[in-house]
Ligand binder design. Structure first.
Ligand code: NDP
Length: 265
């Protein structure tokens, strides 16, 4: 059997840990696979490029998760519901699409036992899939966003939504940055006055950004709150994607120690 090829499609892709994570798992589990990165500039060409490169599976990152959704022949029910795909596997010429960001995030916050009320800062694509899975898992998610436009869809799904202007401070167990604020700048995801009202009564503050301490997590630490960045989310979404890539031949626990090495190197 020939070597199976995998890749990350996105723009940019140069910063990603995914190739290292997946290649360590292939090596550790003695699978004849290789994972590369591919800078995809035109999302509409995702399907064409997938087949032209002779790939078995891909992960998809910003800004192509909706194009990935469009490119699939068969969608997993959760990916269908959220309209965003970050993992595609080819089987007998057909493309199967999954969303592993959301279950990865759900698993990452599992350590905060007893947390129920959650405040999401941000309403982008990541917030959308994760809010749905948290709701299904019994969390009460409130969405706070800079502008009103993206909130419509959340309201239709039954979420409580606010902009900075009409926000009503209340108690939340977890306050979570779901924006890219702080990724490449020093901005907070919302005005400091709001954070100073909600952080003191929270059990913990979480950021989906990884690899740096964001201004949001710095502020949470100044309030003496436990914090968690997005590294486990990245690791867990990768493990769940790897389960799909390998047809569930390996369990989460078998893949974990190999992929985790990417965060130690
Ligand atoms: P975007 O970066 O497109 O952010 C969209 C949302 O963030 C919108 O609600 C937008 O508000 C808000 N926003 C953006 N910048 C600011 C700012 N400076 N201040 C306040 N609000 C802001 O969202 P994505 O969903 O694509 O990604 C969100 C984050 O999740 C990224 O940082 C990404 O790196 C991270 N991520 C992490 C993963 C992991 O595995 N750890 C996996 C996937 C994503 P508005 O509507 O007003 O424009």
């Amino acid at each position: 059997m020939s070597k199976h090829l995998f890749a990350l499609f996105g723009n940019p892709v140069s910063h990603s840990k995914s190739p290292l994570m997946h290649n360590l798992a292939f090596k550790g589990l003695k699978i004849d696979g290789c994972y590369n990165r591919y800078l995809l500039e035109e999302g509409e060409k995702l399907r064409e490029k997938f087949f032209a490169l002779g790939l078995k599976g891909i992960n998809i990152t910003v800004p192509h998760k909706e194009h990935a959704y469009q490119a699939c022949d068969i969608l997993d029910p959760f990916a269908q519901k959220v309209g965003a795909v970050n993992t595609i596997v080819e089987r007998e010429g057909k493309l199967y699409g999954y969303n592993t960001d959301a279950p990865g995030f759900l698993k990452a916050i599992n350590e905060f036992k007893g947390a129920k009320k959650v405040l999401f800062l941000g309403a982008g694509g990541t917030a959308q899939s994760t809010s749905m899975i948290l709701k299904e898992a019994g969390y009460e998610v409130t969405i706070l966003n800079r502008s009103a436009g993206r909130l419509e869809r959340y309201r239709e799904e039954g979420f409580e939504t606010y902009t900075f202007e009409n926000f009503q401070p209340q108690h939340f167990d977890l306050v979570i940055n779901m924006t890219s604020a702080g990724l490449e700048d020093d901005s907070l995801p919302c005005p400091k006055e709001i954070l100073d009202q909600v952080i003191p009564s929270a059990k913990a503050c979480i950021d989906v950004i990884y690899g740096k301490e964001t201004p949001f997590l710095k502020l949470a630490k100044s309030h003496n709150k436990p914090t968690k960045d997005g590294a486990d989310m990245l690791l867990y979404q990768g493990i769940i994607a790897f389960e799909h890539f390998t047809g569930h031949t390996y369990s989460f626990e078998e893949i974990l120690p190999h992929m985790r090495r990417a965060f130690l190197l």
